[in-house]
Write a protein that binds this ligand. Structure first.
Ligand SMILES: [Cu+2]
Length: 290
């Protein structure tokens, strides 16, 4: 709403200034004496230089301040905002629901019609959290907690994007935001909380434990904390924070080609791993969903 209001106002200013400019170029000027010339100059200075900007800025502030205010994490009476922690990493998003212990990555599930306080920080360099359809951006700074309050008014999928250059794969740091009706959100959270994952059996499971589980967490299976949580990776829209769509088979492709698809990402190559193990791991990961 704020964006459209400012866009409409800026368009109005553009039209008025252009019209005045065309008028000034086309009209035949009649000679005026010094007194009249000073009057005209004063009129433009006071009207166009003082009154017009004062009124414009006041109007925009009257409109913008209440909207901006809603995004400030001020104390609320009644129902308290939900709290979600988001940590920026090169180049992915860690999302934690501290009240339920649920952790996910590169996707943010929100309830509709309820304010949500996002506590954002970074694990490495400065990133910036931004979901343009829901509100302004806020910097994610290592060692510092910033907070922004957002509220989705209708269910849907919104794109979030890191908006502070954070390295070569900054572009590939996309956050998939899903706003759900309150009940659907509660169901999702409960399903995630009660999710039971059985470890991949056999030698492929050993390979996962030795090479993947050191960095990646899978709830109840491994507890690595350096890389994205994989407990619900099968349910995510994309892999690599927006690099490839998570279609059947995409996980194996990602595991084989991730350094070509997203050069410089922290995951080592898997060339030395048994291809059958890699394939079994990919198949197993595809089944991980709440
Ligand atoms: Cu970035």
């Amino acid at each position: 709403m704020l964006w459209w209001a400012m866009c409409a106002f800026a368009t109005l200013v553009l039209i008025v200034v252009t019209a005045l400019w065309l008028h000034a170029m086309r009209r035949k000027s009649s000679p005026v004496d010094d007194v009249r010339a000073r009057q005209l100059t004063l009129r433009w200075l006071v009207g166009g230089g003082l009154l017009l900007p004062t009124v414009s800025v006041l109007l925009l502030l009257l409109f913008g301040i209440p909207i901006g205010h809603r995004m400030l994490p001020l104390p609320l009476a009644g129902e308290q905002p939900m709290r979600i922690e988001v940590v920026g990493h090169q180049w992915w998003w860690e999302v934690r629901y501290p009240d339920s212990g649920v952790v996910t990555a590169n996707q943010l599930h929100l309830p509709v019609g309820r304010p949500v306080d996002l506590d954002v920080t970074s694990a490495d360099v400065i990133h910036s959290f931004w979901v343009p359809r829901l509100g302004g951006k806020i910097d994610m700074i290592p060692g510092r907690d910033n907070r922004i309050r957002l509220q989705a008014d209708q269910p849907g999928t919104f794109r979030g994007q890191c908006s502070e250059f954070c390295g070569t794969q900054h572009t590939h740091m996309i956050l998939d935001v899903q706003a759900h009706e309150e009940e659907d959100f509660a169901n999702w959270l409960q399903a995630r909380r009660e999710q039971q994952i059985s470890a991949l059996p056999g030698p492929a499971g050993d390979t996962f434990a030795a090479h993947c589980g050191q960095c990646h967490r899978v709830a109840g299976v491994s507890d690595g904390a350096r890389a994205p949580d994989l407990s619900d990776i099968g349910a995510r829209a994309s892999l690599g924070a927006g690099v490839v769509s998570n279609k059947p088979g995409a996980l194996l492709h990602w595991l084989q080609e991730h350094q070509r698809l997203k050069p410089g990402n922290a995951m080592p190559l898997h060339d030395h791993l048994d291809p059958d193990h890699l394939s079994a791991i990919a198949d197993w990961l595809e089944t991980l969903r709440p």
